[in-house]
Design a protein around this ligand. Structure first.
Ligand SMILES: Nc1ncnc2c1ncn2[C@@H]1O[C@H](COP(=O)(O)OP(=O)(O)O)[C@@H](O)[C@H]1O
Ligand SMILES: [Mg+2]
Length: 379
């Protein structure tokens, strides 16, 4: 079981085999969502904002895929494209989103009604604005049930209470008749998750669901999502700007920068063997668990997406940038079956560079701790 145990800043990622990783079992993994070369642009007064510039990733049944990147890297735009809720000035300018054999980029609005909020559900970034402040909590869940499943009132009430119990709301019968202001931030986020689960979806997309919460509550919500995933065999896309948050919940991670995926791999690939300098920077800038020190912050700012650079978009901020990084976009280089990264440093002719020292030391410390944990467990 993936456990978010409160050490969510630079926590020790749980081993794939310890989690119920679909790759670890004998059953073949079924791909449930396939995003290929997706590109989304916005028309603005200033020009065309190239928010998402050709990203690809897969989501497998029963896994948690984390999409990680700084604010503005295109995470929410990607999610909105999947759900067909882009703003009017947005256009999908390329690529496909395949779900159950259908390309969602080609669907008409009517056809989305059977999918959005039913088979694919979203937990919003901001739990406060997702709830209606003047409607009783119970009613907000039964409304979702009546709308998506056409349930009657009585049946919906029973089901709503069951869902409240599933997201660990104490005394759900009593809580049913209360208003959002009577709930804490963490409890409200649980209700938003309950609403997203009302239709019994196949895919749950969580867009920064813990950002507004304090560390302890954050860990509880992560644990809840991991539990729900296993119990309901959900596939989860978990969006965050904080790599530390996903250490214990993600099966696989895609790192995004300036509208592109720059590295993808299992949680272990990314935490112990990252190859893209941007991933190094993300890892190095995470607060340290033991010392609480923040070792490094990424200098500079992401590029203006009205004029994205021709080469590796991170080059300007990257101490390891090669000359070619400034004018040619790197392709993906394969590191293993599960791991690849788009950086010229992986080209056979690139000079060998060492990862940042702070990172190497950190990884060594984590490995040590992990070995000690394992010893303690075996005794
Ligand atoms: N409605 C919009 N009009 C113009 N630009 C937008 C709009 N929505 C998002 N963008 C731009 O798209 C880029 C990606 O945004 P977003 O996906 O929200 O980032 P994040 O990774 O923080 O979720 C940003 O540069 C943002 O300014
Ligand atoms: Mg966002």
């Amino acid at each position: 079981m993936a456990r978010a145990n409160g050490r969510n800043s630079w926590a020790t990622p749980t081993r794939a085999a310890e989690r119920d990783d679909p790759a670890a079992g004998a059953a073949p993994r079924r791909k449930i969502l396939e995003v290929r070369d997706l590109a989304v642009s916005f028309k603005t007064y200033g020009g065309t904002v190239q928010a998402v510039r050709g990203i690809s990733f897969d989501l497998y049944e029963g896994e948690t895929l984390a999409i990680v990147g700084e604010s503005g890297s295109g995470k929410s735009v990607t999610i909105r494209a999947i759900l067909g809720i882009l703003t009017r000035n947005a256009r999908i300018v390329g690529g496909e989103i395949r779900y159950r054999g259908r390309d969602l980029t080609q669907l008409l609005e009517d056809e989305f009604h059977d999918i959005r909020g039913k088979l694919i559900s979203l937990v919003f970034q901001d739990p406060l604005s997702a709830l209606n402040p003047i409607m009783k909590i119970g009613r907000q869940i039964t409304e979702a049930l009546q709308l998506s499943l056409g349930m009657g009132r009585v049946e919906a009430r029973d089901r709503a209470i069951e869902l409240m119990r599933a997201v660990a709301i104490p005394e759900p019968e009593k809580r049913f008749d209360q208003y959002p202001f009577q709930f804490s931030g963490g409890m409200r986020q649980r209700i938003v998750i309950a609403i997203a689960l009302a239709s019994d979806p196949e895919i749950l997309i969580c867009d920064e669901p813990t950002t507004a919460l304090d560390v302890t509550v954050q860990a509880q919500i992560l644990e809840l999502i991991a539990e729900l995933k296993t119990r309901r065999n959900l596939s989860v896309i978990f969006i965050t700007h904080d790599l530390g948050v996903v250490a214990n919940v993600a099966d696989r991670i895609a790192v995004m920068y300036a509208g592109r995926v720059v590295e993808t791999g299992t949680a272990d690939d990314l935490f112990y063997d990252a190859r893209h300098p941007y991933t190094w920077a993300l890892l190095s800038s995470m607060p340290d668990l033991e010392t609480r020190e923040k070792l490094f912050s990424i200098p500079g700012a992401p590029p203006n997406m009205l004029y994205p650079p021709a080469g590796d978009a991170f080059a300007e901020r990257n101490a390891y940038a090669l000359r070619i990084d400034h004018d040619q976009h790197p392709p993906f280089f394969r590191i293993s079956d599960t791991h690849s990264a788009a950086t010229w440093l992986l080209h056979p002719k690139a000079p060998r560079v060492e990862r940042p020292k702070v990172l190497v030391e950190r990884i060594a410390r984590i490995m040590e701790r992990r070995a000690a944990d394992e010893l303690a467990r075996d005794e």
